[in-house]
Design a protein around this ligand. Structure first.
Ligand SMILES: NC(=O)C1=CN([C@@H]2O[C@H](COP(=O)(O)OP(=O)(O)OC[C@H]3O[C@@H](n4cnc5c(N)ncnc54)[C@H](OP(=O)(O)O)[C@@H]3O)[C@@H](O)[C@H]2O)C=CC1
Ligand SMILES: O=C(O)CCC(=O)C(=O)O
Length: 489
């Protein structure tokens, strides 16, 4: 490959040093807004690079775990300060590399700073309980201990927040980390790791290896010295991660897809519901696992809601995500664009009625990027493919129902259970929904996306491995419990 000389080459970070991959192969990370723009070159590493990272992490973790939680936390405070000082650069890189708008990218980077500070503080909190022993002369208590080396495999849709919400708790509880980010956003991830490197964490505690999922990701799954793997991404790969980890007794945590419903009851504030459906479904070009994709509307308000929704969707400005006033950027990659377009075709074939959008945008400069129109389908039945499978694009499916009972039954009739919203002014409906909706996040009069870093996050059914990330819940995955019994002789 002939490299453009004005484009930076990003390296792996192993044992406290920035290093080339042993095979010296790189690949280009391109901008989805303009396929001719190369955001940076990243290493296309081999398994030898990964093995080195894991070995180094394993050695370094032995001393890291001996530091106090407060000492480990103090490093995270330093990383947070450095990331905060670099918000503008990192957010711009994210926008260029994956296509979310600049305000969204800044918001995500600021969230990364807040997550680091939250987990820095965790270093000072309790890691065990005293449990009364049946022997009056003994002291029995629990303590949380680190797993050892944690492999972190992350997707491209939140290239700052997701790596940080996995790495920060892993580190503060005493683990060492090897991060394998999605290749599509590996430049942004490298800039995040630069913040850790510049905070001067001890060598080997955080390592970064870019390369193919099938090589580096699979290598993490298989490596006998990787004690835990935390993964966010597709359903298919998540299941491979879980099966591989289970087969050699490693701990694993999976966050996968969603097919998140919004229910609009007959007594809902329709303007609020329209605004939240658009924000939850179409921001970040619909590429959130918490994005709204099914809109289940009571028949009495269906036509009014539909009219309001369509008229607002038509106003959405799609364009270069770096430009002021642009509300929605491109899909993150050509393959993601093709996936979205193929689901739109499937929707039409199966008899759903296209109300707005449905096409790739090829006007002027946008022809060089991976842009798709915000799309709304009417007359969707719950057994259609677009009502069952995760699309990960700006596509909303409207489903009409006769009652609240039917709405909840339809909402639950998918294999996923990540997030769900209800719009209503009726307290009984709220209570029924909170009780009967099978989802890890249940939200009322608020959009389906929108995760708070201090609260547990994860899904039911096939959306996750039933574990939770973020907030205090993170300690469950990143540590093991030891029960201690002490008796004087
Ligand atoms: N829940 C969520 O937040 C996300 C869901 N998705 C869903 O997944 C679909 C496909 O997106 P895609 O990017 O392909 O998601 P993947 O699941 O393929 O990628 C997620 C991460 O897993 C890595 N990976 C890929 N193959 C393997 C493997 N065999 N072993 C270990 N790690 C692997 C990827 O690396 P690499 O990039 O190098 O291939 C990436 O780092 C989307 O359309 C969407 O439906 C996608 C992203 C996030
Ligand atoms: O909605 C959010 O903020 C988080 C979504 C998420 O975790 C994801 O899309 O992977």
């Amino acid at each position: 490959m002939v490299l453009k000389t004005d484009v930076k080459i990003f390296l792996n970070y192993i044992n406290g040093e920035w290093v080339e991959s042993t095979n010296s192969e790189v690949e280009a990370s391109i901008s989805p807004a303009n396929r001719d723009e190369i955001v940076g070159y990243i290493q296309k590493s081999s398994i030898e690079d990964l093995n080195k990272a894991v070995e180094t992490a394993s050695v370094a973790q032995k001393s890291w775990r001996k530091l106090s939680g407060a000492e480990r936390g103090s490093y995270l405070y330093k990383v947070a300060d450095i990331l905060e000082a670099r918000i503008d650069d990192i957010a711009e890189t994210m926008t260029r590399e994956m296509g979310k708008t600049l305000p969204e990218a800044k918001g995500e980077t600021a969230r990364g700073v807040a997550i680091l500070r939250y987990y820095a503080g965790e270093g000072m909190r309790k890691v065990g309980d005293v449990i009364p022993s049946s022997d009056a002369g003994a002291l029995m208590f629990t303590s949380r201990v680190p797993l050892g080396v944690v492999g972190v495999i992350t997707p491209w849709n939140f290239p700052v927040a997701i790596p940080i919400w996995k790495i920060a708790p892993a580190l503060v509880y005493g683990n060492a980390v090897v991060l394998k980010p999605a290749q599509e956003t590996a430049v942004t991830a490298a800039k995040v790791i630069e913040c850790f490197a510049d905070a001067k964490l001890p060598n080997g505690i955080i390592n970064f290896v870019t390369g193919r999922g099938t090589v580096i990701g699979q290598g993490l799954i298989d490596h006998p010295q990787v004690n835990g793997i935390t993964f966010t991404g597709s359903d298919e790969v998540g299941k491979q991660v879980g099966l591989g980890a289970l087969s050699r007794g490693a701990k694993y945590q999976l966050e996968m897809g969603g097919k998140n419903p919004v229910i609009v009851a007959e007594d809902a504030d329709l303007d609020l519901a329209v605004e939240a459906t658009i924000s939850g479904g179409l921001r970040s070009t619909g590429q959130k696992c918490t994005a709204t994709s099914r809109v289940i509307v009571h028949k009495d308000v269906y036509e009014t809601f539909k009219e309001k929704l369509v008229s607002k969707v038509k106003e959405i400005k799609v364009g270069n995500p770096l430009e002021d006033g642009v509300w929605m950027g491109p899909s993150a990659s050509e393959s993601q664009l093709n996936t979205v377009l193929s689901y739109i075709e499937k929707g039409k074939e199966e008899g759903a009625k296209l109300l707005v959008g449905g096409n790739r945008i090829v006007d002027g400069e946008l022809a060089n990027g991976f842009y798709v129109e915000p799309t709304v389908f009417d007359e969707v039945k719950n057994d259609m493919t677009i009502a069952q499978e995760e699309i990960f694009g700006p596509v909303l499916a409207l489903i009409k129902v006769d009652s609240m009972e039917e709405a909840i039954q339809v909402a639950n009739d998918v294999k996923f259970g990540l997030s769900a919203s209800l719009f209503t002014t009726n307290i009984q409906k709220m209570l029924d929904f909170m009780s009967d909706m099978d989802a890890g996040l249940v939200r009322i009069n608020a959009e389906s996306a929108g995760v708070e870093l201090q609260a547990p996050f994860g899904g039911m059914k096939q959306s996750s491995s039933h574990s939770r990330e973020q907030g205090q819940a993170a300690i469950e995955f990143f540590t093991a419990i030891k029960t201690m019994f002490v008796k004087g002789s």
